[in-house]
Design a protein around this ligand. Structure first.
Ligand SMILES: [Zn+2]
Length: 76
């Protein structure tokens, strides 16, 4: 479910609204009630799934040791 961020141009109140496929934009600001809300793009919501377009350095210049996060089992 995509969540868009809106910002009120009156009180600078930022709020998140869950917009569906065909949902109208918020009419007024939930804080002050001003009908001046603009949707702003939030890079946080947008997540690339199944990506793989990362540009990796083919030419082995430097090797960095990347260890897997976490480790060790925990029982209980
Ligand atoms: Zn407002």
């Amino acid at each position: 479910m995509p969540i868009y961020e809106y910002r009120c141009a009156s009180c600078d109140h930022v709020f998140e609204e869950i917009q569906r496929f065909s949902d109208p934009d918020p009419e007024v600001c939930p804080s002050c009630g001003a009908p001046q809300v603009s949707r702003k793009i939030s890079a946080n919501s947008f997540q690339l799934k199944g990506g793989g377009w990362y540009a990796q350095d083919y030419s082995g210049s430097s090797s960095t040791s990347s260890n897997p996060s976490g480790g060790g089992g925990g029982e209980g």
